[in-house]
Ligand binder design. Structure first.
Ligand code: NAG
Ligand code: NAG
Length: 269
């Protein structure tokens, strides 16, 4: 299969808002045998941890590059950035090596039944006949000029092992992805009444683990380039979308951790 192994990077604008998380790196299995010792009082420890995390990311990157052709389709390494600055150049560097999978910078619910209720960006994703979700990415310049929006769902075993599960009802094979207007202000909070307006239906995606997606939708090699949600990218841009599910319900926490359970933006290599 000609699929690639996208690296999963934090959107640089994204700041976890609902928790005081300070973890720089979520170690993938096998990378760190000992957890780094927590000693926040020491400046040196902090620096050493930062240095170590850069090293580990570099190793993960090197491994990604060397294993891209032989590894399983999804071999994803999570990276948490402590703030907007460290790692910025580094992620740029990573972006030059392989296609990336981007976590959204904003994840905002709106609810038709409470049209004035303002929701702020949070990890809680809920889709129903009354609930829509808005996602936004700030893209930087990239050599990859084709992108698509898709769900990324772990296998049930991987999901349970990582506490990444979801609840749903109805069919999840026709989740609609709409291109919407980008609000002039930041999209960190929205209500139904202030929601961005739909421009066009980009396409539908299935919320299924990759293997099932390929089987159920009878996808062929290179299916990524045929994704209905595909669009041109590669320039600095802001992408804002609405995700809706007609006649179905889906609820989960979209957290920046491994394995991804998410609506993400993918570059095509
Ligand atoms: C598992 O995830 C749920 C929701 O995502 C969270 O409320 C719960 O605290 C998590 N449990 C553990 C053991 O991390
Ligand atoms: C969304 O629509 C705008 C306005 O027509 C267009 O410029 C932009 O390229 C579209 N974005 C995507 C991701 O399709």
């Amino acid at each position: 299969m000609a699929s690639y192994s996208p690296l999963r990077m934090h959107d640089q604008e994204y700041q976890p808002e609902d928790s005081g998380e300070e973890a720089i790196l979520l170690p993938s299995k096998g990378f760190i045998s000992e957890p780094p010792k927590a000693d926040p009082a020491s400046k040196w420890t902090t620096r050493a941890t930062l240095g170590l995390s850069v090293l580990v990311v570099a190793c993960a990157c090197a491994l990604y590059v060397t294993s891209a052709s032989i590894s399983r389709p999804r071999n994803v390494y999570g990276l948490r950035q402590p703030d907007q600055h460290p790692g910025l150049e580094f992620s740029h560097e990573l972006g030059r090596k392989g296609p990336m999978m981007y976590f959204p910078g904003a994840i905002v619910r709106v609810n038709k039944a409470s049209p004035d209720q303002v929701y702020t960006s949070s990890s809680h994703v809920i889709l129903s006949d009354d609930d829509s979700m808005f996602f936004q990415w700030h893209l930087h310049k990239s050599k990859f000029t084709s992108c698509y929006i898709d769900s990324v769902v772990p296998t049930p075993e991987d999901g349970y092992a990582a506490n990444k599960t979801y609840t749903s009802s109805g069919s999840l094979t026709q989740i609609q992805i709409w291109n919407v207007t980008t609000p002039t202000k930041s999209m960190k909070s929205l209500s139904w009444n202030s929601r961005p307006q739909r421009i066009a239906l980009m396409g539908t995606v299935a919320f299924l683990p990759e293997k099932e997606k390929i089987e159920q939708l009878e996808l062929e090699d290179g299916w990524q380039s045929l994704m209905p949600t595909r669009f041109s990218c590669g320039e600095k841009a802001t992408v804002s979308i609405e995700v809706t599910c007609e006649g179905c319900r889906l609820e989960f926490e979209q957290l920046f951790s491994d394995p991804p359970l998410a609506f993400d933006l993918m570059e095509i290599g």
